[in-house]
Design a protein around this ligand. Structure first.
Ligand SMILES: [Zn+2]
Ligand SMILES: [Zn+2]
Length: 481
């Protein structure tokens, strides 16, 4: 059931809004915006699509600001034509952070609410822009107050509604983290809901670091079980876990609980793939997603969440070149998919041509994989612990750079590190021309094409784990001869 509400703004749109709303004369200003719903399992997010700037005479600024009904009707009709809802955003010139709704704001917004619903079939979105720090606040005219508004893209800033998400106290165990990046960043980290997709060698390290750093809420996705061949690269895994065929995600959740420094730490383990509808819905509840998978289908799903749902995806991976039995080189990369930045497909992290093959289960077929050329990314599955730690560190530093913006820089490009030469390539350009992710798919929310389906390998893994335990329980009950 949906009980939580949030809003998200792509950073290029946030800059356009700031330009309009920040006035040199210190007066309040306002404008209408278009938004679409992006729905998860428990949370719906109003993703902002566009701004409808007022034409000459459509609004009058005199200390407070008056809107004409012509401006509202033009905006609401435009919203309906584009399958969007309409929102009203106004500024508080002296405001900092989350803005409470006063009677004047409430009356102004409610005066449009019924008509907005009648025209667009969606509730009116009300937002306040705090000029002091650029923070946004939001509510939906059900009415339902949002818990947060995030601005997502080259930058990443989240304004939290402390009535719904109070600032947790920093514990003495977090003093060093706090001294590195300060109270504001720590408060953001503590209230973010972070998803980690894949808890294999890279993902397990990422989970450990996030729990220790003080992330308050983690959701972990993986359907694989621990095997003996994982032991040389899977943090925390023992031969006992391999014998018990323990799902990796349960191991990750147990160890996250042990490592967590957040006082009211919550972790959820899902034996699911985000390519399955239930997994996708839970992923859509997150504020940031870590991609620690190497398959095309989950990466395709994550790419869509990054642009259509405005949930930044921190992605990375390792590629080892071990021709003729000796190490020729290795590469690891890390980057963030978000509005204005290059998407996972443009970064060459997956080829959408392989998504239908994975959906059909072809990639589970060893004869299909061995039929591919040796240089094919799908065949280069060699990974070792040392390189996984490097890839995990690269993903984590991308994340911290995005949240803490060291020296004011939150996006320092996509990174590719070459082991043999010790060099780092940086890509700062966005998507390739014609790529839909930063254009037609941006902020589409629930209107984006469906990318989930039945995942046979995930279903099989869940059944294997269950039947293994049924067998064990059965053996236990049998009388010994
Ligand atoms: Zn106000
Ligand atoms: Zn792209």
């Amino acid at each position: 059931m949906i009980t939580r509400f949030s809003a998200a703004v792509p950073s290029p749109l946030a800059r356009r809004l700031g330009k309009h709303l920040l006035r040199t004369d210190g007066q309040e200003d306002c404008c209408f915006v278009l938004w679409r719903p992006a729905t998860g399992a428990r949370r719906t997010t109003a993703v902002l699509v566009d701004v409808v700037l007022p034409l000459e005479g459509e609004r009058i600024v005199h200390g407070t600001v008056d809107l004409t009904s012509a401006y509202f009707l033009r905006s609401a009709i435009l919203a309906a034509e584009r399958g969007c809802g309409v929102g009203l955003i106004h500024s508080h010139p002296q405001g900092h952070g989350w803005q409470r709704l006063n009677q004047v704001d409430h009356d102004a917004e409610t005066s449009f609410a019924a008509q907005a619903f009648a025209i667009t079939d969606r509730p009116l979105l009300g937002m306040t822009f705090a000029e002091g720090d650029g923070g946004h606040s939001a509510r939906s005219y059900r009415p339902l107050h949002a818990e947060s508004v995030r601005v997502v893209g080259e930058e990443f800033t989240v304004t939290f509604n402390s009535l719904l998400l109070p600032t947790p106290t920093v514990t003495s165990a977090q003093q060093r983290s706090l001294s590195a990046w300060g109270q504001q960043t720590q408060d953001t980290l503590a209230r973010l809901h972070v998803g980690v997709v894949g808890t294999g060698s890279v993902g397990m390290l990422v989970v450990e670091a996030l729990a220790r750093t003080g992330i308050g809420r983690l959701t972990l996705f993986d359907f694989d079980t621990v095997e003996t061949v994982n032991l040389d690269r899977l943090l925390h895994a023992t031969s006992r876990d391999a014998r018990a065929k323990r799902p990796k995600v349960h191991l990750a959740a147990r160890e996250a609980r042990r490592a967590a420094t957040a006082p009211a730490f919550q972790v959820t383990a899902l034996e699911a793939s985000i390519t399955e509808p239930d997994g996708f819905a839970v992923a859509a509840d997150c504020d940031v997603l870590f991609s620690c998978v190497d398959r095309p289908w989950p990466r395709h799903v994550l790419n869509q969440l990054a642009y259509a749902h405005l949930i930044p995806v921190v992605d990375g991976g390792v590629s080892v070149n071990a021709r003729s039995g000796s190490l020729q080189g290795a590469e690891w990369r890390a980057h963030i998919a978000a509005p204005g930045r290059a998407c996972l497909e443009c970064l060459g992290q997956y080829d959408s041509a392989y998504v239908p093959m994975e959906r059909d289960g072809l990639l589970e077929d060893p004869s299909y994989i061995t039929g591919l050329p040796p240089s094919h990314p799908m065949r280069r599955k060699e990974n070792v612990f040392v390189f996984s730690t490097a890839a995990a560190a690269a993903e984590l530093t991308q994340f911290i750079t995005m949240v803490a913006a060291p020296g004011g820089v939150s996006d320092n490009g996509a990174h590719l590190y070459h082991l043999a030469t010790g060099t780092l390539d940086r890509r700062t350009e966005g998507c390739e021309p014609g790529c839909p992710y930063n254009t037609t798919l941006l902020a589409l929310g629930d209107a984006a094409p469906a990318v989930t389906g039945r995942h046979l390998a995930a279903e099989r893994a869940r059944n294997t784990f269950r039947s293994h335990f049924t067998r064990l329980a059965h053996r236990w009950r049998e009388p010994r001869s």
